[in-house]
Write a protein that binds this ligand. Structure first.
Ligand SMILES: Cc1ncc(COP(=O)(O)O)c(C=O)c1O
Length: 407
């Protein structure tokens, strides 16, 4: 057949050729339907989803309120342009600023784009202060996206390799090390901002010391830097607060959001507080799709449900229970290095690579993810019920126990 590519083997399964670019090592399963925390594959098999599309479907699949909001808006008006007023975009900005205690929002379509906006804000802030080549302090182990600027900010060489020259203007420090941040500031006069994730997501669910983010806030105030938090994965109630930094009682200058903001409808947002909110002027930045009525209506519905169902405290309670159970079951095993997390963002770090556990759990009807090679990552939907939470902890504990004995 013309254009056919050879079938290839992946984890023992034969994969059909495809005209898709080969950017993803996909698992050999295709889901056709979802409801709540459940997904069904094309063969009719049911799976409990502890991945949520990588922290996207916080309200689970096909949430009726979000579905209805999308259908109503799609039948009324999907897109106009930022050439015109968009009432629902204003309304969403108001609601987001209310829960985030921020002042202004720029809407875009993904996490990487929300970070691009943040990086541009930091550079503008620097130029306003006559710093010609402003730099941003970023952390080792971080992940901020796949565009050129965001992969340059990312603290993972694997993501950067092959795409050099990288975008300049980032100074890297170890994560959760306030002295390292201070030392960079002492030795460089071009720093204008610090950009970190409040908890490393792709980097392996690394929860910093309780005081880290508060100390960063104080240091940024002292040096007149912007504190920019990447809450793309941690935001929208996942960690047990609307935003992870609220555990530390601080307000950042800039915050990026995406993922579960639209529960599957692509939407990102860059929020700013105080002086950072005044940097973009007409013509500074833009996006064709950013903040269109369809995406905004979905996000408004998401915020409404998160609020009405008290899902932040649900995530806190359930997450704590799952963490305690997993620690009781696993922490003493020699091949388990750590069991950690906050809310429904949980990680189990093993002493060896464990990607094959994804297949073993799938065979038992459970979807999990492995990140940073050896960290089992659990990001279930926040609407999880008690029985589903127990099914996740029991299945994962059982497989981790067996895994260490076999390998
Ligand atoms: C913390 C963080 N920032 C940024 C991104 C990039 O988001 P997107 O894939 O929507 O561009 C991700 C994606 O995983 C993320 O986890």
């Amino acid at each position: 057949m013309e254009g056919a590519l050879p079938r290839r083997a992946l984890f023992g399964f034969m994969v059909e050729h495809s005209h898709l670019m080969q950017t993803y090592a996909r698992l050999p399963v295709s889901f056709v339907r979802g409801s709540g925390a459940w997904l069904w594959d094309s063969k009719g098999r049911r799976y409990l989803d502890a991945v949520s599309g990588i922290a996207v479907c916080g309200l689970g699949h096909s949430h009726p309120v979000v579905t209805q909001a999308i259908c109503d808006q799609a039948g009324t008006l999907m897109h106009t342009s930022n050439l015109y007023e968009i009432d629902v975009q204003r309304e969403l900005a108001d609601r987001l600023c209310e829960v985030a205690r921020m002042d202004r929002v720029f809407f875009c379509n993904s996490g990487a784009e929300s970070l691009e906006a943040a990086i541009k804000l930091a550079r503008l802030y620097g130029h306003r202060r006559d710093i010609q080549c402003p730099s941003i302090i970023v952390a080792e182990g971080s992940f901020h996206g796949r565009t050129l600027a965001t992969l340059s900010a990312t603290g993972n060489r694997k993501i950067q390799t092959g795409f050099e020259p990288l975008v300049q203007g980032f100074r890297r420090v170890p994560y959760d090390d306030i002295d390292a941040v201070r030392a960079v500031g002492d030795n460089a006069s071009d720093v204008v901002a610090v950009l970190v994730e409040p908890i490393l997501g792709e980097g392996g669910i690394v929860v910093p010391r309780q005081d880290y983010v508060r100390e960063l806030r104080a240091l940024c105030d002292e040096r007149d830097w912007l504190l920019m938090l990447d809450e793309v994965q941690t935001g929208m109630c996942r960690t047990g607060q609307w935003f992870a930094h609220q555990h530390n009682n601080i307000v950042p200058d800039v915050m990026s959001l995406a993922k579960s903001l639209g529960n599957g409808m692509p939407i990102g947002a860059c929020l700013a507080h105080g002086k950072a909110g005044e940097l973009f002027q007409s013509g500074s930045h833009g996006s064709t799709f950013g903040g269109n009525p369809l995406a905004c209506q979905a996000a408004l519905a998401v915020i409404g449900v998160l609020q009405a169902e008290g899902l932040a405290s649900r995530a806190a309670t359930l997450g704590k229970r799952m963490l305690v159970t997993l620690r009781e079951e696993l922490a003493s095993l020699p091949w388990v290095k750590a069991v950690r997390g906050k809310g429904l963002m949980l990680g189990i770090e093993l002493d060896r690579p464990c990607a094959e556990l994804v297949h073993a759990t799938m065979e038992r009807g459970l979807l999990i993810n492995v990140t940073a090679q050896s960290v089992i990552r659990l990001l279930p939907p926040l609407i999880l019920d008690d029985a589903q939470a127990e099914q996740i902890t029991t299945t994962v504990a059982d497989l981790v126990k067996g895994f260490g004995r076999q390998t």
